[in-house]
Design a protein around this ligand. Sequence first.
Ligand code: PLP
Length: 385
Amino acid sequence: MSLLDHFSAELDELKQQGNFRQFTQNVQHGRFITIQNKTMLNLASNDYLGLAADINLRQEFLDSFPIERSYFSSSSSRLLTGNFEEYEQLENSLSQAFSGRAALLFNSGYHMNIGILPAVADSKTLILADKLVHASMIDGIRLSGAQYVRYRHNDLQHLEQLLQKYHEDDKIERIIVVTESIFSMDGDETDLAALVQLKKRFAKTMLYVDEAHSIGVRGQQGLGCAEQYNVIQEIDFLVGTLGKALAAVGGYIICDPIIKDYLINKMRPLIFSTAQPPIVIAWADFIFQKVLASQSQREHLKNISQYLQQAVVQKGYDSPSTSHIIPVIVGESQAAIDKAKQVQKSGFYAMPVRPPTVPKNSSRLRISLTSMVQQHELEELVSFL
Ligand SMILES: *Cc1c(COP(=O)(O)O)cnc(C)c1O
């Protein structure tokens, strides 16, 4: 009997269920991805504006960035000696874009969500979270020790009932409503304007909105659904990642300066982890300026997304999407795997998503579009669905 037997038995069980995960190596070039010598159109990318794929941008950045400032490590938390000027530059850029609100950076979106919620939520806080929020928020909620209740996905009526029920409870001092704006598996979105109206009726309520899939993509300047629906000022914790459309790595919050100071004092992943490499943050700032001006990419992405949403429904599939993330829901786990194999064979790289990531009987092919994809390529894809 080896101590490893337990672990290998668990792995065998995953293999039997067809749920064993492993890394696959790939090479990416523009909108294409090559896996095991097969080159396909990449329909599984988070590089929504094509900025990470753009070789000329990388060249432009490296040519403009002095080697003396090219630090590949900050060697410390920002509270010790790690606070290089690059962080404050990017925070200033964000703050300026987001109507003068305060901005604070984190090492990743995951760090952000597992760090902010435990810092701000205590035993007198109730968290009300959408049933489908990202794992990082679930982990943050669990770490927080706050009471929490999930409301049915995107069901603001259910949320309202819960607010009515708990708002009168004197033991609860604060209620934090946690949601995403665009959801990563269904590609549907929260009605942020209605959410803000709801919050205004319940004085103890604060809003926590993760814009991971909408930053760069939505709004005139790409500031997300909060810009699109004109509610930047109303969301107490407006968070997002630098790792998707922003073509870098990291997370950010837009908030009141009091919340920023509070997080600097209380948020453990911020205090106890070496800050990002300054060169990555300089790159993110460089990219952020490009994002602000990427209207034509956003417009193109919107057009091809609408085309594919309609085509998928016309083909008879369920698809709740109103965004560039478009699931083709087929039901059975095996059906999703088969569908993925079939489209991959035809030259389109999209991945199957199955339980437990999504509810039973809603296995799907998940397509995520970027502005690099062309309409005629999607027309060909649709013919294979
Ligand atoms: C991707 C994602 C994250 C994690 O962000 P990283 O920067 O990749 O750690 C958090 N929340 C949501 C909704 C995401 O989709």
